[in-house]
Write a protein that binds this ligand. Sequence first.
Ligand code: CA
Ligand code: CA
Ligand code: CA
Length: 286
Amino acid sequence: MGVSGLLEFRKENRPCFTSQNENNPAMKTPRWTSLLCSLLVALGSLSSAISADGDAAKSVKNFPPPKRATIPKVKGELRIDGKLDEAVWKEAAVLKPFSLNDGKGPGAEATEVRIWYDDQALYLGWTCVDADIEATFTQRDSKFWEEEVAEFFITPTPENLSRYFELQWNPLGGVFDAIINNELDSNGLSKGIKGDWSFTAAGMKSSVLVIGTVANPNDRDEQWTAEVKIPFSDLQHAAPKPGEVWRGNFFRFNRGKGHPAEQLSWSPTLLPSFHEPSRFGYLEFK
Ligand SMILES: [Ca+2]
Ligand SMILES: [Ca+2]
Ligand SMILES: [Ca+2]
């Protein structure tokens, strides 16, 4: 699949464990995970997360509501250098904790994202605690989710959850940007997505700071931070007015020695995929 190609994958092809690697047969799923998936499927609907669509729809109605956050409007100096040491970051909303996306508990290592906005842009400051930072991809629109990545799904038009932006940053400064069209059923559950990777968030700026050594499992790393500016023009929308509510979610893939590969989220979808916009959080602009 070329960088600017159109990505398409369907729900029925989704493996139990991976959320976004459907189009990647080379993705190595741990053997124990495959066995576990097979066992769960064999035993029937033990988990709503992997049950048939009808059961999932029923379960979704009983899910806890998605998370909510209030995003402050802040004015101040900012240098996009990966260091979250400017005064504006102290005024940001802090979104944490991140949990396993299937709802089965906390992640092995902490994740938080700070968020604020001004008249021009939305700003994110990610802090990913990480004792083993594994990344090699650097090219734009790489499949960063096969390694380590922080991901933001956002739509300024919550009345239409079938179209949203997917933005990603990895520990080596790699960036992914795409527009996702998600076919939703009458319960709001995803039937399949198409991603237009040719989209470029032309005004987006980001910088990453690693405390540790990337792709060296023989030492102990500390964390990586990503400082991001996303102009509203890249989201093809005017700056929000106070009180406006958008929908979005924050995800992280965390791999490394000492723990299984983890899919983490701020507002867990409690379903196999991150691409369940009805489970995105509510982002209210103050
Ligand atoms: Ca900075
Ligand atoms: Ca792109
Ligand atoms: Ca890691």
